[in-house]
Design a protein around this ligand. Structure first.
Ligand code: TYM
Length: 344
């Protein structure tokens, strides 16, 4: 019997941040450790997604392997046949399915994607790649090829997940067959992962913006590779407000609310519990120091785990999973090719 699939991926365009960690890595690794008896776990590196905006291609291959090591350091078990770790470009069905789905996707639909609008707004038309425009279609293929039901992502990816549901339903209807498994809607995803809301860790220097690995200035971004001292400094100089009372109010106190969110993630406790402890605290310096200390301790521990990861075990796991995934993805692609009249 096939097991329901939980799947997620993180682009390898730069070092990963604590936003990536708590938004996507932590939830799937938790499932991989607790639930791999009942679920298939797919954790992959969307390397083809990494250059929708310009990157240093000389670093991509190593960055990709590094991300795989990060997943292992976060606790992804490598010795379990129901847990798969793979690179997108090593499974050609991702690109092939994208082409077919492209032909069933509207230009208007892609143009409305918030991430596309944000990332293309400052660039000249010819510098905005077609890849950036249609990358939600590649993301849909990533998910649909494996019949994934559960997809842990941060809040910024929910629109892409909704598009994945739309295109899956559209294709199933058009060909009047169950070609694709439709992933669950965002609300049900959150309930499955026991999350109160879609996670969006904000930039420390400008807490009205998402913390992002591709932000130009890294003053407000805590990378998993930051030294404990650097991360501490970044948090101590986080932008706050002058209301002098800790509260969770993302409109009027976005900086303090973000620090509360970060602390509750690092502690792995509900936001309400963290809030109860700090609500009304007047000295922001003291509050920041607590957050900074706990984030620094988290990074120190994570980096120690990373140093212990066996790189060759990760590389053999990649090769083994990639062979298995070419098989699995190939079957789904075939269903679509047959429906589209390309195969009999
Ligand atoms: P990417 O690489 O931008 O981000 C990887 C994951 O990290 C989450 N994330 C955050 N969560 C909370 N707070 C933040 N500040 C924050 N920043 C990033 C993202 O929501 C994401 O879950 N298109 C995807 C990668 C992808 C994918 C997929 C994901 C490709 N195919 C299939 C799931 C399934 C992306 O660019 O994520």
């Amino acid at each position: 019997m096939t097991k329901p699939v939980i799947l997620t991926g993180l682009r390898a365009n730069n070092n990963l941040t604590i936003g990536n960690y708590f938004g996507a890595i932590e939830p799937i690794v938790r499932m991989a450790r607790d639930k791999s008896v009942d679920y298939q776990i797919n954790m992959f590196i969307p390397d083809l997604h990494s250059f929708t905006t310009p990157i240093d291609h000389g670093e991509l291959y190593e960055q990709t392997l590094n991300n795989a090591r990060v997943y292992a350091a976060a606790g992804l078990p490598l010795d379990n046949n129901d847990i798969h770790l793979y690179r997108q470009s090593f499974v050609p069905a991702h690109s092939e399915m994208t082409w077919i789905l492209d032909c069933f996707t509207g230009i208007g639909e892609m143009g409305r994607m918030t991430q596309f609008k944000d990332k293309s707004s400052n660039a000249q038309d010819d510098r905005v790649s077609v890849g950036l425009f249609n990358y939600p279609v590649l993301m849909a293929s990533d998910i649909l090829l494996y019949d994934a039901t559960y997809v842990p992502v941060g809040d910024d990816q929910t629109q892409h997940l909704e598009f994945t549901r739309d295109i899956a339903e559209r294709i199933n209807q058009q060909f009047d067959q169950n070609i694709f498994t439709v992933p669950l809607a965002t609300k049900e995803q959150l309930a499955f992962f026991d999350a109160e809301h879609g996670l969006r860790i904000m930039d420390l220097a400008d807490p009205t913006k998402k913390m992002s690995k591709s932000t130009e200035s890294d003053r407000g971004v805590v990378f998993l590779t930051d030294s404990a001292e650097d991360a501490h400094k970044k948090i101590m100089s986080a932008t706050t407000d002058n209301l002098a009372s800790v509260a969770y109010d993302t409109t009027n106190q976005p900086g303090i609310s973000n620090l509360l969110e970060i602390l509750s993630q690092v502690r792995n406790q509900p936001l309400g519990t963290t809030l109860l402890e700090f609500q009304g605290m007047e000295r922001y310096g003291d509050f920041k120091r607590i957050v900074a200390d706990e984030v620094a301790a988290f990074l120190t521990q994570f980096q120690a785990q990373l140093a212990f990861v066996d790189g060759s075990a990760v590389e053999s796991k990649l090769l083994k999973s990639e062979a298995a995934m070419r098989d699995q993805a190939g079957k789904t692609l075939y269903r679509l090719q047959a429906a589209a009249g390309l195969r009999k």
